[in-house]
Design a protein around this ligand. Structure first.
Ligand code: 5GP
Ligand code: ZN
Length: 144
């Protein structure tokens, strides 16, 4: 059995599993999350199976972003409460990924909805400029 054949999102893309589809094109599919953080929570996935970001080419990634952006901007017109929006992608189990077919969450947010990261953004303190510059240099080299 291949990863694709066991993958719930592949089954949704193929129309073999039930889903409430918002958008489908030759590269990506968007559908409602069955355990939404808030009403309107949508997932945008590549049509081909890739566990994580490594298998998502820039063209497909660009389409995922474009469709997520359009969904985010449509919440108001669709009557979905969205004072703000989170785009969120968990790459790897340690990052919170639970379904191993890459997906971008589009999550409508409103005050008091209780959603958020457990630790504060500033919990590690602010590194010095030299450390940030060194990380930027290494990352730039890694970009190729
Ligand atoms: P992750 O934790 O991997 O970032 O997000 C996986 C998301 O997929 C979760 O928000 C979860 O509610 C959603 N999910 C899990 N199984 C299904 C399913 O069978 N159908 C749909 N539409 N969403 C699912
Ligand atoms: Zn898949």
């Amino acid at each position: 059995m291949t990863a694709e054949s066991r993958c719930i999102f592949c089954a949704i893309v193929a129309g073999k599993a039930e889903a409430s589809v918002v958008h489908r094109d030759e590269l990506v599919t968007a559908f409602m999350d069955v355990y939404p953080v808030n009403p309107g929570h949508t997932l945008v996935v590549p049509n081909h199976h890739s566990e994580g970001l490594e298998g998502v080419e820039e063209e497909v990634g660009g389409r995922i972003w474009a469709v997520a952006r359009r969904i985010a901007l449509s919440f108001g017109r669709a009557g979905i409460l969205a004072e703000g929006v989170n785009l969120f992608l968990a790459n790897g189990a340690v990052a919170g990924q639970t379904v191993f077919h890459c997906h971008l969450h589009v999550i409508p947010r409103h005050s008091g909805d209780g959603f958020g990261f457990k630790h504060g953004v500033f919990s590690r303190g602010r590194p010095g400029r030299a450390e940030l510059d060194e990380q930027a240099r290494k990352l730039a080299l890694g970009l190729g």
